[in-house]
Write a protein that binds this ligand. Sequence first.
Ligand code: UN1
Length: 496
Amino acid sequence: MVEHFKNYINGEWVEAVSGETYENINPSNIDEVLGVFPRSNKEDVHSAVNASKNALNNWKNTPPPERGCIISEAARILASRKKELAEIISLENGKTASGGLGEVQSGIDMANFIAGEGRRMYGRTTHSGLKKRFAMTKKYPIGVVGVILPFNFPMALTSWRVFPALICGNTVVLKSEENSPETTVQFTRILEESGLPKGVLNLVHGFGSEVGEALTLHPDVSMVTFTGSSTTGKLIARNCVSRHAKVSLELGGKNAVLVMEDADLDLAVDGIVCGAFSVSGQRCTATGRVIVHKDVYDEFLKKLINMTLSQKAGPADDDTSVVTPLINKKQLVRVLEFLERAKDEGANIILGGKQLKGGVYDKGYYIAPTIVDNITPEMEIAREEVFGPVLSVLKADSYEEACQIHNTSPYGLSASLFTKDVNRSFSFFDDVEAGVCYINAPTFGSEPHMPFGGVKQSGQGYREVGWAAIEAYSEVKTLYVDYSASIQNVQFVNEK
Ligand code: UN1
């Protein structure tokens, strides 16, 4: 029997008002329906926003350490159900169970970090420019926060957004992504069990054009946080800006690894291959480009091809699979079209480039790990995010040229440099246009207690995650207390 899941509004599990539903499909076996979910619309969004709005007063007056206790309890439950949750993630999202375990751990780490933030939430005090006057700032919640997420990290990203929003005293309407909604149901049940008061977190399932759009346009939603493509991000920003709502966007990337002539090439290849091909490149921090110093180009390419050939494509229930299925047919077509256009522009596909067929591959949508070279920095395949197992290789004459090529991309999420030169390592942080920079490491794997986000088209609004999340989900009030028993003002002082 296929389970029918519901929305969670004001502490109740309810059907969509329209009664409409859609099916959640297993990407490792497209004949399998994992669950039936409400296909919600504007009306459901309205009820969820209303519930969040009504719960706000009580929640924002709950002391942050007390909010933190609920989030600590969620961390404990997440840990106790880690294996079962990892399996759900793996089934609906197509990554292996160990990938699922990593996500749950990220959720636990975030919950523990954020629960502690409930005892910090520092403001600032400083001296006034006037005598006998006190000057300080204090953080307050923003209001109802709409959280719109992608399919690829349903547990990690939900934790990275919802826990910070809650600790800051906001109430939340969470829109699940249509390809991985069950994980968000489990997440919501855990917060319910942890003692979160009703209405503080509401969950609405459905599609972007119906639920997402209504959420971004709702006048009572004070902030929207979105993670996903730059194209959708632009539409969301427009809707939010048009009504002066806050918006935080974490968008795409064309993340590059720079390999210098002094690099440990085996280490670099190791980091690049897992960055480019694990989860079939379906992460915003996937390695989409590698820029290699000309002196080691041929040797590097040989090693890269060898290691890529050993990457096994396969379904999520086989823990030895690296190149797991693409989430759906639409993504498959998108990736194949990218490769066609790359060829038309003169790029050379030196490995992969095709859909895998036969046996388990006919039960999902797989593309063989693909390496493309003969690329110039202006080509689409060097600039745009593919969100598939495709790595573009470019050659540079020097470190300076490699940085210059790096910065021609319109994106700037994460970047990495493989070198043994300490001077170059630190220069890289100054030279490269990216929000997250690594030395001798893959382009993914950001830690929950550290800020995360990108520059240029990779993001807009705020850094999220880590301590930066507390800034993102708070309004700062500036507070003065005058104890001089006179009316004094800096403007009067300056007039003298
Ligand atoms: C990381 O792996 O460094 O969708 C973070 C993504 C990101 C999170 C990844 N939003 O891949």
